[in-house]
Design a protein around this ligand. Sequence first.
Ligand SMILES: [Fe+2]
Ligand SMILES: [Fe+2]
Length: 449
Amino acid sequence: MNRRNFLKSAALAAAATTATAMETTTGLQIPEETPDKSDKPLIDSAPMLQNYAETSMGIAFSVSKLANGFVDYSENADMSGSKRVMCGGFRLTDVNEDVMRVRLTGLKPATKYYYRIGAQHIEYIDYRHNSLKETMIDPNIYSFTTAGKKAKAHFCVINDTHVQWPAIAACTDKIAALQPSCVIWNGDANNSTDTVEQQKKIFLQPEMDRRDYAANIPYLFAPGNHDDRGIANWHLERVWMYRQPEERSSRDWDLGRNFAVRMGDIAMIGLDTAEDKVDTNPRMMGMHTSQPYREAQKLWLEDALKAPEIASAPFIVAFCHIPLFDPNPRSNPGDIMPDDKDERYSTDFAAWQRTCARLWGPALEKAGCQLIITAHQHCFRYDEPSKEHKWAQIVGGGPRLYGPKNGGKHVDFPTVIEGKVENKQLKIIVHNVSTNSVIAEYLYKARKV
Ligand SMILES: [Fe+2]
Ligand SMILES: [Fe+2]
C-alpha cells in the first residue's frame, strides 16, 4: 500500500472507530418516544469543562438542532438535590443550533460536583408558532472538582495541537492516565477556522476515541496566535466561553481569557501573547489590536498577583503561548516595525515576545514567579533562570506525533508538561508522548510568603 492509500485507509478506520466510540464512551441516546427522524442525536458531543475556577465552571456541549440546553448538578453521586442551570445568562436563555454553554456559579471551592447535560429541541417558525420537540438527557453522570487552596495541586499542559488528531489523542491518553486536577491548553489549538462546525470539531467533537476527554477534567485556555485566525475564530467564545466577569475588575471587563487561579499550593496565571505579527504588518489588514491588549493585561496582571490567594501561594506558574525569552540572537523578538522583517532574524514573525516580556516580566519577577510555561516554537526547550529573568521557562513541543527527523532527531514531538507539588516542592515532569517517555524533570523550591 502506498503512503497516500495507507493514510486514507487509516483515516477511514479511525472514522469507523470514532463512530463506535461515540456510542460506547458517551452512551448518548435519543429517548424512544422522540419523533425526530434525523440521523444525528440532539446532543452530539460529550460535555467540555471550561475555565477551571474556585467558584464557577463552564460546561459546553454541541447540539445538532435549535435547542435550549441545561446542566443538572449536585454534590451527590446519585444526583439527589440537584439544581438545574439553563444555558446563557439572564432574561433569555441562549437558544441556538450549535453549542450550549452553561455557566455554573456560586460553587464551593475544592469541592466535587456531579453533573449531567440535557437539551430541548425547539422548532421555530415565528414567535407565535413554535413548538417544543424532543428533550434529550445524556444518561452519563460526569464530575469535576473546583479549584481552591485545598484542591490537589496537579496540572498538565498541552500546546500547539493544530488539529493533529494523532497527537491530540496521544496527549489526552496521557492526561487520562495522569488524572490532573486541570489541563492548560496553551494555545494554537486551531490552524485557521472558518466555520462553527470546524470549531466544534476541534473542542467538542474530536476525531479520536476519547471524545469525552474534557468531561471530567476541566480545561483552561491560554490562546495562541492561531486561535484568532479564520472568520469563525473572531468569535471563538461561541464554542469556548470567556471566563466569568466577576473574576476581574470592571476596568478589565474585556480580558475574558486571562486567569489567576489558586490550586493547592500553586497559583496559575494565564496570559495571552496574541498575534505573532505586529499590528502594523500589512498582512494583518489593521484587524489586530495586540499592543493595547498586552498593555491592558499588564494592569490586570499587577492586580491579579496582589490578590491574597495568589500572593500567598508557595508556587507561581505563568502560562502563555509565545515565549518571553529566547537565547538565540537570530530569533525574531516580535517587535520589528513596521512589518516584522529584518535580515538579522530567521523568521518574519515572532519566535518570542519581547514586548510581553517587558510589560509583564517585572511584575512576575517581583511576585516571585518561578516558572513560565510557553509554546509556539514546536520544539521542547528549557531555559534556566538567568540575569535577564529570574524565572525559568519551558517551551512545549509540537504537533507531530511522528514528525520528520532533523539531523536524525524528531524535534517537534508533542509534550504533556505535568506539574505537581510533592514534599513541598513543585515538580515538573515533561512527557514526550511520541515515545511515551519522560524526557525532563525539574524541581522548584517554595517562595517565601
Ligand atoms: Fe503553533
Ligand atoms: Fe503559535
